[in-house]
Design a binder for this molecule. Structure first.
Ligand code: UDP
Length: 331
């Protein structure tokens, strides 16, 4: 069997997937332009090519040098706020990048791709938990480009010999329990790493964005899913395609929602630090509640998340952030 090409394999979810793929005995090739990924996150046993998926000659050269069986695609820009300020960056990196990638895959007869999509494709949900068949009406440019990428896969799969699985994640979090890789963004915007900056003496308090939502304590409810569980889902999705599975879309979440205040409280328990919190105004574009129905991923892919407990998830994140308070830069 050929190798798995992981695009964006030096990023947060990509690097965790590479570690799990190599543990599962796969031969892995990584492409990453290192704009948001880190060389230190590249698994030492993976073959690494630094380059951009928008560069057709570069992508062709990778497919020509390597014997690629399937592609797992994480190489995209992923910050909601930035996407509203710089939409064309998102169209370029996410849509144009995927178009070039697909041209190159089709030209080289690579017929399987697993794709990292997002709950942001749904926008404000009509009902909870969210099903894959629910309306998709993104409220930001990031979600819009991810939805357009899904549609590009669909129409390409109709015309060419190519099948895809799109995985719509909810709130990815946590770190590999081996302590070697974890979550590092610059700038950081996600709740759990921001909370952990307080006990790490990098910020004095955590801001709570909005306390007047229609939820049990007034703060937003999110579905937090451990990054290793996401990694496992990508491996299962690739094996599903290898076994002849048809193109499909799956949600990936815990199915359990936690409020912002519950996340802060759990982080206090894990770290033993009082973590002061300051209640602030709502953040623009935040839906009140996002919880996934992951029944299809469990039933069809055989996915079994191992980190359902928020405390365990935050413990893995804390293990990483304590040793790497400045991400990979301090290494
Ligand atoms: N949030 C917060 N304070 C912060 C960062 C995030 O209260 O400093 C809230 C945010 O409004 C949302 C939740 O935490 O309700 C999760 O936000 P995050 O950016 O981690 O993920 P998102 O759900 O936006 O993908």
């Amino acid at each position: 069997m050929g190798s798995i090409l992981v695009l964006g394999g030096a990023g947060y979810i990509g690097s965790h997937t590479v570690y799990e793929l190599i543990d599962a005995g796969e031969d892995v090739v990584i492409v990453d332009n290192l704009l948001t990924g880190f060389k230190e996150a590249v698994h030492p046993k993976a073959r690494f090519y630094q380059g951009d998926i928008r560069d057709r000659a570069f992508m062709d050269s990778v497919f020509e040098k390597e014997d690629i069986d399937g592609v797992i695609h994480f190489a995209a820009s992923s910050q909601v706020g930035e996407s509203m300020k710089e939409p064309l960056k998102y169209y370029s990196n996410n849509l144009c990048g995927t178009e070039v990638l697909l041209e190159s895959m089709v030209a080289h007869g690579i017929d399987k791709i697993v794709f990292s999509s997002t709950a942001a494709t749904y926008g404000e949900p009509e009902s909870i938990p969210i099903l894959e068949t629910d309306r998709t009406l993104p409220t930001n440019c990031y979600g819009e480009t991810k939805l357009s990428m899904e549609k590009m896969f669909h129409w390409t799969s109709v015309a060419h010999n190519l099948r895809y699985v799109s995985l719509r994640y909810f709130n990815a979090c946590g770190a590999h329990p081996n302590g070697k890789i974890g979550e590092a963004h610059n700038p950081e915007t996600h709740l759990i790493p921001l909370i952990l900056q307080v006990p790490n003496h990098q910020r004095e308090y955590i801001s709570i964005f909005g306390t007047d939502y229609d939820t049990k304590d007034g703060t937003c409810v999110r579905d937090y899913i451990h990054v290793n569980d996401l990694a496992q889902a990508h491996i299962l999705a690739m094996n599903y395609l290898r076994n002849g599975g048809k193109s499909d879309i799956f949600n990936l979440g815990n199915g359990v929602g936690f409020t912002v205040k519950e996340v802060v409280e759990t982080a206090r328990e894990v770290t033993g630090h009082p973590i002061p919190a300051k209640e602030e105004a709502r953040r623009a574009g935040d839906p009140s509640t996002l919880i996934a129905s992951s029944g299809r991923a469990k039933g069809i892919l055989g996915w079994k998340p191992q980190y359902a407990d928020l405390k365990v998830i935050i413990e893995t994140a804390w293990k990483w952030h304590q040793v790497h308070p400045h991400g990979y830069k301090a290494d």
